[in-house]
Design a protein around this ligand. Structure first.
Ligand code: 2P0
Length: 319
């Protein structure tokens, strides 16, 4: 019996992934750019059990139902195929991210699972192969393999992995508007957008161009340009989502209030730019030196967490 434990952190995209080119291989329609955080780690242990007849999943101390376990089993099937194994496994995951609230719990979750499962099944994978593997579980997980800033490439199965990107000294102030479960998952919201939003083709074209500009801004340390790209891309993503049928909105009045405060901060000369994922939480990008100013300007509305670039996935124990 082989056991391994891995830790991974969530990431927040500056240029978003929203739409798949291939659902089976989980290939994105466009590339994306993110910062892996130093907060909200997920710790996952995988224990391969030759005597077990089914995979099991324990999440934050409680056994999960068939639906949640099914997604893990489908992911472990990919690992088993690579390893040439038919053995089942017990997965035990402790997640400190407010689950499914648009704070990328599936990113840290599947990055940690990819690392722990690869080690437990005896696979020796480099960062690129681990990123490709994590992608199969959840697209954004490909980026949580990588420390700090990462670009996840669109393309074929072989080409679609995340890799590190040099970046200026940035921070993110996370405004936790709602840590409850969101009504429509990213996966379902993405599918609905691709199928019904008339703006989807424009989203794909503009995001591909935006990514090129964002990578350049990141490499050159052009924080103002990167910030503007970040907020614009987030609003474009919410625009394409809101054009879906049936209607779909992730942002709330409080989310908009935070976008307003960020705009006022900029008018006062502070470099701050807002983004939001598939949920009401808003994340504010700024220079690391401005994080306290931004936090103070947002204080009093909702819980705030200051995050910095964090570590990539690492295996912390194997036996
Ligand atoms: C992102 N999101 O780039 C975007 C922005 C949410 C909004 O990646 O279907 O959970 O598992 O590949 O990775 C969320 O999508 O979707 C996501 P799947 P995932 O961070």
């Amino acid at each position: 019996m082989s056991v391994a434990t891995a830790v991974a952190h969530p990431n927040i995209a500056l240029v978003k992934y929203w739409g798949k080119a291939d659902a089976a291989l989980n290939l994105p329609a466009t590339g994306s750019l993110s910062m892996t955080l130093d907060v909200y780690p997920t710790t996952t242990t995988v224990r391969v059990d030759p005597d077990a007849t089914a995979d099991t999943l324990r999440l934050n101390g409680s056994e999960r139902d068939e639906q949640a376990t099914g997604r893990v089993t489908r992911f472990l099937d990919v690992v088993r195929e690579l390893a040439g194994s038919t053995h089942r496994a017990h997965v035990d995951s402790v997640n400190t991210v407010p689950s499914a609230a648009g704070l990328a719990s599936s990113a840290s979750g599947f990055a940690a699972l990819a690392g722990a499962a690869a080690a437990a099944y005896g696979l020796d994978l480099d960062a690129r192969a681990l990123s490709r593997l994590a992608r199969r579980g959840s697209g954004s997980a490909s980026r949580s393999i990588i420390p700090g800033f990462a670009v996840w490439h669109a393309g074929t199965d072989e080409e679609s992995f995340a890799e590190p990107l040099p970046a200026p000294d940035l921070a993110m102030v996370i405004a936790v508007v709602d840590s409850g479960h969101k009504p429509v998952s990213s996966r379902e919201g993405m599918r609905r957008t691709v199928l019904t939003s008339p703006f989807y083709p424009a989203w794909v074209t503009s995001t591909a161009e935006t990514l090129t500009a964002a990578v350049t801004a990141c490499r050159e340390g052009d924080v103002d340009r990167l910030g503007r790209i970040t907020e614009t891309n987030a609003l474009r993503m919410h625009a394409v989502i809101q054009a879906s049928d049936p209607p779909l909105r992730y942002l709330t009045a409080t989310s908009h209030e935070i976008f307003d405060r960020v705009e006022r901060l900029r008018a006062d000369g502070v470099g701050a730019w807002a983004t939001a994922d598939a949920g009401p939480n808003v994340v504010v990008l700024c220079r690391a030196a401005d994080a306290e100013t931004v936090r103070a300007a947002l204080a009093g509305l909702v819980e705030l967490v200051v995050a910095h670039p964090g570590p990539g996935m690492r295996v912390v124990e194997r036996a």
